[in-house]
Design a protein around this ligand. Sequence first.
Ligand SMILES: *Cc1c(COP(=O)(O)O)cnc(C)c1O
Length: 489
Amino acid sequence: MQFIETRGNDGQHPERVSFSEAILAPISSFGGIYSPESLPDLGESFFSDHLSSDYKTLARAVLTAFDIDIDAAIIDKALTLYDDFDDGSNPVPVVKVKDDLFVSELWHGPTRAFKDMALQPFGIVLSSIAQHRNENYLILAATSGDTGPAALETFKNKANVQVACMYPEGGTSDVQRLQMVTEDAANLKVIGVKGDFDDTQSALKRLLASKAFKDTLKEKNILLSAANSVNFGRIIFQTIYHIHSYLELVRQNEIEQGENVYLNVPSGNFGNALGGYYAMKMGLPVEKILIASNNNNILTQFINTGAYDLRDSAVIPTISPAMDILKSSNIERILFDMFGKERTKELMLQLDNDKHYQLNDDELKQIQSIFSADYCDDDEGKKYIKEAFSTGYLMDPHTATCFKAYETCRDKPLKTIVYSTAEWTKFSPVIANALTGEKDAHDIDALKSIAAEAGIEIPAIISGLFEKEITQNTIIEKDKIESEILSFL
Ligand SMILES: *Cc1c(COP(=O)(O)O)cnc(C)c1O
């Protein structure tokens, strides 16, 4: 499979690249990104053939259908990372929660959030390509809390790769911060920045675009890359669990093979939902993809009106911070897939220049034939957390946003797969507040009170964090980021 540019070609970038090139240098002409030239058609028999396949067998078959330029041995090695999830034979459990609502739990990996689903195998793939080409990479990451730990975990002690990860000091939960600052591999640098997530994100974008920074790295024989969510090396691993979750419902005798379902995705940068869209285009029987947001409801507005409007909007901090996003990067791949490169370039340039674009009626109809959307505010989210808990299901605030879309976005009584993107342990103060009303608890106290309330143990991987030595002490002003990274290298 080859990858082509979402905004057309400027004569400076290659028009068409392989998978490995697309993941090493994901940015293409006019600030576009690489997208698959065509998607494999899995065919109906694929699903019945894989009814009894385990996760890794299914994953191998999906990746084979993509026909990418990565050796089978490397893919096999990458997929062994799923062996270390809670249950290696079933890394993504699908749990019935109520009526026709099923939760697909994507957080059973080492950092307890769904970023592991893609970043765990991606680490092996990227490091293997770098070794094969005899190149060294600096991976930059900016995180509001989940990407950072997952990127550090996957690249720690990997050959030919170093990681510099920036987080807003005071802007993450205690658990998320501890997951980063207790990482002690020599190829990892964690940088607390005095500022908010936008400051770290802007620093990241500036460095990725800076020729001077790239030249300085080149003198040290280092190339620059990023593990952000437009990287197709992440997206490809996010098609697999949608197919797996569907097959799980068939196996549990909840649906017949071929029956349509709703996919219900808590969305930010739209990588998770894009994986579902591609799975649908590859043949997965999906009625619609329901896009759940929090009070940063730009995606709800986009899908309901065709207007993508960043004017007068500022990020609102919510209880589901991984979805506190306005510029949702992977929407561009949907535009490209539906409307082609010329129109995508036009719309994305309007967004850059005017902070706004409007789809026409036909385009909006196409979007609405696939997606429905609603948003869930913090109080509603806490109500869903409490309600689910009273029926025996403990969930995090990102997952909770889907329960609103489940109620408002379905027009058929079909089975619905809600994607759970984080374990309760990562957002315990919010959950404790939802369950008992207690306010501003520290993570450790909230973890204890929820564990007691639910009659469960705090997972050792989380409680152990509070005892681990803090090895990454760097906290700096935002104008010192570049020099800090260079001195680490
Ligand atoms: C990253 C993240 C999301 C958003 O996923 P996208 O693929 O960016 O839409 C939702 N929930 C959690 C917990 C996350 O970490």
